[in-house]
Structure formats: structure tokens, C-alpha cells
Design a protein around this ligand. Structure first.
Ligand code: 5GP
Ligand code: ZN
Length: 117
């Protein structure tokens, strides 16, 4: 499904209808800062097209799934998260997914505990 789903917050950000602090763009992805950062570096990388989850994106469009990962790594590099960073795809309500449009959280800039909460 293309972006433009007016019920989807991240489609609206991709379409420019909701403002965001964009840090990086590629043909098929957009990266912007999380509005409620959990680490000094906290950027979301989304597909421009609407897919509900990482698994659904990978099944429907593996090329874009790879681009999301590549862009996530590029964001970490550009943000100076050299000591280490984490890419997280919360999937489903029990895992805390609150926006049903695939997004990679790129977290870094501090030491990150394991296991996550
Ligand atoms: P989830 O909980 O689905 O894994 O992640 C959704 C993320 O989107 C949350 O970390 C939340 O802070 C972020 N978020 C929610 N609304 C907005 C918004 O309007 N703008 C931005 N930039 N981030 C948002
Ligand atoms: Zn969407």
C-alpha cells in the first residue's frame, strides 16, 4: 500500500502532512527523530510505503527491507553512535508497537542494557 493512508501517523509524516525532524532520506525510506527519545540517539527509519511490520515488509518487498537496515546503519554512523547501537523493530502490541507502520528504532549514544525490558 503506498503512503497516503490518512489514518496512519507515519504515512502522514512521509507525505509531509505531519512535521518531523528528518535526518536522512532515501528513495524508499525516511529517517526522523523520535518525538520521545529513549537515548541520546533515537531515530526512526520507516518505509515510504505503508507496511504494518518488519516481517510483512520483508515478505512483500525485501529490497526495501534491506534499505531500511542499510539506512539504520547509516543513521547510526552519521549520529556518531560508534561505540555501539541497537536496531529494534517492536512488532505487535505485546512488544510495545504503537504505530502499525514498520519502523526501525535506531538507539545509541549511551550504553544499552541487555536483555531489554
Ligand atoms: P513503537 O512504540 O510503535 O515501537 O514506536 C513508535 C515510536 O513513535 C515511539 O517511540 C514514539 O515516541 C514515536 N512517535 C509517536 N508519535 C510520534 C510523532 O508524531 N512524531 C515522531 N517523530 N515520533 C513519534
Ligand atoms: Zn503507514
Amino acid at each position: 500500500m503506498p503512503a497516503g493512508d490518512t489514518d496512519c501517523l507515519f504515512c502522514r509524516i512521509v507525505d509531509g502532512d505531519v512535521p518531523a525532524d528528518v535526518v536522512r532520506e532515501s528513495e524508499r525510506t525516511l529517517a526522523f527523530r523520535d518525538i520521545n527519545p529513549q537515548a541520546p540517539v533515537h531515530v526512526l527509519v520507516v518505509s515510504r510505503e505503508h507496511h504494518a511490520s518488519a516481517g510483512e515488509l520483508a515478505a512483500a518487498d525485501p529490497h526495501t527491507a534491506a534499505e531500511v537496515l542499510r539506512e539504520a546503519a547509516a543513521v547510526a554512523g552519521a549520529e556518531g553512535a560508534d561505540a555501539g547501537y541497537r536496531i529494534v523493530f517492536n512488532t505487535g502490541a505485546a512488544a510495545g508497537q504503537s504505530v502499525p507502520h514498520v519502523h526501525a528504532h535506531v538507539l545509541g549514544g549511551r550504553s544499552l542494557g541487555w536483555p531489554p525490558g
